[in-house]
Write a protein that binds this ligand. Structure first.
Ligand code: ADP
Ligand code: MG
Length: 276
């Protein structure tokens, strides 16, 4: 089994985070805790503030007030690119991969954050540089295989199916060896089959790799089937926070989802632990 880090996992604490855009309060005094080693989902109807909060946590937005802690480190206000160094890796909703570059090379880009100054670091002899690069490539291949991309290593990303493209994005985030993996709507735009596969991949990541997962997701059945813990936003506020069975029955959550296209369906909760 592959271990992604040997530093132990940290707790992510979101404390009283508020984010305003002009007159719009997108996130309103939200607090919750992501326990180490869990899949924690952040859900809510469209416009609830999920992406905004995700962007605050991953350093893209500076919170109007409140703070986010990862272990003992305050991460609010830190530049986004420094978070990988703390073990926080994110995959993007709008996949920002290089389309004409091969799968393996896209994933190798994730390895570069681990090599200060990239592979051309001064002072490293050519032979040891090549050895280092080979080790990184081996690890990148391992991560691709883990995500079911073994047959696509040398394919350009533009030639992949949508589901495989999303998997490359996750592989690239994993290539930074995160202890916290952040995924924004990994199942967006996927059909039922692709969603089931990505659900299994996310579970595999939690179970086989030493990592916590914070997941923003619209697809309710996916969330109910894989999350260990769910935080629900509505109009920027946290309206529910707990285990899936608890959240599913929460009247505030049912109210928030009434009139929306998403439904808290029966089968979505019965299938916990098994997607076929
Ligand atoms: P979700 O991801 O849950 O659908 P968002 O976080 O995208 O919700 O949006 C929450 C609210 O904040 C919405 O009312 C949206 O219009 C507003 N909002 C999001 N980003 C911006 C922005 N950059 N500027 C102004 N308003 C924004
Ligand atoms: Mg969003």
């Amino acid at each position: 089994m592959v271990t992604l880090n040997d530093t132990g996992l940290s707790t992510l604490k979101v404390e009283n985070v508020t984010m305003r855009f002009g007159g719009v309060t997108a996130v309103d005094d939200v607090s919750f805790t992501v326990r180490p080693g869990t899949i924690h989902a952040l859900i809510g109807p469209n416009g609830a503030g999920k992406s905004t909060l995700f962007n605050v946590i991953s350093g893209l937005y500076k919170a109007t007030s409140g703070r986010v802690l990862y272990g003992s480190e305050q991460i609010t206000g830190r530049p986004s690119h420094t978070l990988a160094g703390l073990g926080i890796g994110r995959a993007f909703q709008n996949v920002a991969l290089s389309p004409h570059v091969t799968v393996i090379d896209n994933v190798m880009l994730g390895r570069h954050v681990l090599t200060k100054g990239g592979f051309l670091r001064a002072g490293l002899g050519e032979r040891s540089m090549r050895r280092e690069q080979a080790a990184h490539r081996e690890r990148a291949v391992e991560i691709c295989e883990f995500l079911g991309l073994a047959d696509h290593l040398e394919q350009a990303v533009s030639d992949l199916s949508y589901g495989d493209t999303k998997r490359v994005d996750i592989a690239r985030a994993l290539a930074t060896e995160p202890s916290l993996l952040m995924l924004d709507e990994p199942a967006a735009g996927m059909n039922a089959g692709e969603t089931a596969t990505i659900a299994q991949s996310i579970r595999d990541i939690r179970d086989a790799l030493d990592v916590s997962i914070l997941l923003v997701e619209h697809d309710m059945s996916l969330v109910m089937s894989i999350a260990d813990h769910i935080s629900v936003l509505d109009f920027g506020s946290l309206i529910s926070d707990g285990e899936p069975d608890q959240v599913r029955l929460d009247p505030a959550v049912i109210r928030a989802y009434l009139g929306n296209e998403e439904h808290l369906t029966e089968e979505s909760t019965e299938e916990k632990g098994s997607v076929s």
